[in-house]
Write a protein that binds this ligand. Structure first.
Ligand code: HEM
Length: 421
């Protein structure tokens, strides 16, 4: 096998190719792919005031996620940290471990069966409103389902009636942490966010106050309250969970619909399989293949605290470091037909090499909601595929957009019809 860690000498016209890829793909994913293909597992993005190192591939992933993780910080200087403040996603050390421990029981695999019926009910509730033959945007519909599920599961709150009023504030929170002009101008004033973010905070603070005054419930909010945390720190954890726990699931569900719309034979086979029984190996494989091609979290973001020596190169203290889940999972050295949708690759218990498939990260800070998110995707998709047919509309326009997650834009329009039972 060729040396996996070999770095290539960058071609002379690399800058031009990067620019062309940016224009062609309309997203930074194009340039990232060119850098990965042309330079290798280790490179630096050369932008003024924003020049993170980017690594990918099993060896670098293992170092970042496990063996050298002590040299890295999750807390960074960016809008994610500004918004989530002391949220479990953006703190380090003992403080992180304490919050994580408090929140883990609600997402433990043993607790998940208790959410199953509710997850299906939310899919039914949202899809019951679809008119026969109507065109719906599965990106929007998936977000509704995912939001109803996350609030009910973690905070025992039915936000159905409040969804219209919460919708814009939540989208604004997501836009606030998405890549944008702030990358080049860190102190950029962003006045359009003040009011919606305040509305979202007010909603969360109200839930905390109601719970403190009312009956205890067996959920994550209760665990946070009983740990004697301040309202501010509880708000930080709730906001973290609600964003990390629904925007990711939204993207995953939406990409599954994109891929099924583009592969009608797989859609047909899948609809037959989910209708026949409760277990569908093909559905599990389709979900994995969607997570591979379009990982909702496509990069992990770190600050280097101590100099890092990787097989591929060195990163100085103080630098920003990304590990690219997207490039790893599309690396032709690891995956046959790396850019093609082939769910069969995950059938029959076939294993991918260690640290080659990392849609939920890895190591001690791997996604806390991985099992929850996969169960949710399985149950929601099973319900929808059993009850509806889906006809893609204007799919040629769909492209991956780098927001807080990797999202199919401008949306996933499909004509829906009830299936004859
Ligand atoms: C398809 C669904 C999901 C995907 C693809 C996903 C992906 C990820 C990834 C890649 C990471 C690690 C990032 C890194 O290493 O920098 C992560 C961490 C995290 N995820 Fe998820 N996630 C999903 C669902 C969820 C759900 C449902 C929740 C909550 C209910 C959640 C909450 C979190 C939190 C709090 C962290 C930070 C954990 C820590 O630092 O200890 N995620 N997720």
């Amino acid at each position: 096998m060729a040396n996996l860690h070999m770095q290539k000498k960058p071609p002379a016209d690399l800058g031009l190719r990067v620019l062309r890829a940016w224009l062609q793909s309309g997203s930074p994913l194009g340039p990232l792919q060119v850098m990965g293909d042309e330079v290798g597992y280790f490179f630096q993005i050369p932008l003024p005031s924003f020049n993170p190192y980017v690594v990918f591939g099993p060896s670098a992933n293992r170092a970042v996620l496990v063996t050298q993780r002590q040299k890295l910080l999750w807390r960074n200087t960016d809008p994610v940290t500004d918004l989530l403040r002391r949220g479990v996603l953006v703190v380090d050390g003992d403080e992180h471990d304490r919050y994580r421990q408090l929140m883990e029981p609600a997402l433990h695999p043993a607790k998940l069966p208790a959410y199953a019926a509710m997850m299906v009910a939310q899919a039914k509730r949202v899809s019951d409103r679809w008119q026969e033959g109507e065109a719906v945007d599965l990106l929007v519909e998936s977000r509704k389902i995912a939001l109803l599920i996350i609030f009910q599961a973690l905070f025992s709150e039915d936000i159905g009636p409040d969804l219209p009023q919460l919708w814009q504030p939540i989208l604004k929170a997501i836009a606030y942490i998405s890549p944008g002009a702030w990358i080049l101008w860190r102190q950029m004033p962003r006045p359009s966010f003040t009011i919606p973010l305040r509305q979202l905070d007010a909603y969360l603070y109200n839930l905390i106050a109601q719970r403190r005054a009312g009956e205890p419930r067996p959920d994550m909010l209760q665990a946070l309250i009983e740990a004697d945390l301040s309202d501010g720190v509880i708000r930080d954890q709730m906001l973290t969970m609600l964003i990390a726990g629904h925007d990711t699931s939204t993207a995953l569900l939406a990409w599954v619909f994109v891929l099924l719309g583009r592969h009608p034979a797989v859609l047909e086979e899948l609809q037959a399989e989910v209708t026949q029984g409760d277990k569908s190996p093909l559905l599990d494989a389709v979900i994995k293949e969607a997570l591979r091609l379009y990982p909702p979290i496509h990069i992990g973001n770190r600050r280097v605290a101590e100099p890092l020596e990787l097989e591929e190169g060195s990163v100085p203290a103080g630098a920003r470091l990304f590990y690219s889940i997207y490039l790893t999972q599309r690396d032709p050295r690891l995956w046959e037909a790396a850019h093609e949708f082939r769910p069969q690759r995950f059938l029959g218990g076939r294993q991918s090499p260690p640290f080659a498939f990392v849609p939920f990260g890895g190591g001690p800070r791997a996604c806390i909601g991985a099992a929850f998110g996969q169960l949710e995707a399985r149950l929601v998709l099973t319900y929808l595929l059993r009850h509806f047919t889906f006809e893609p509309l204007q799919f040629e326009r769909i492209h991956p957009h780098m927001g807080a997650t990797l999202e199919p834009r401008p949306g996933v329009w499909m004509r829906v019809r009830r299936r004859a039972r």
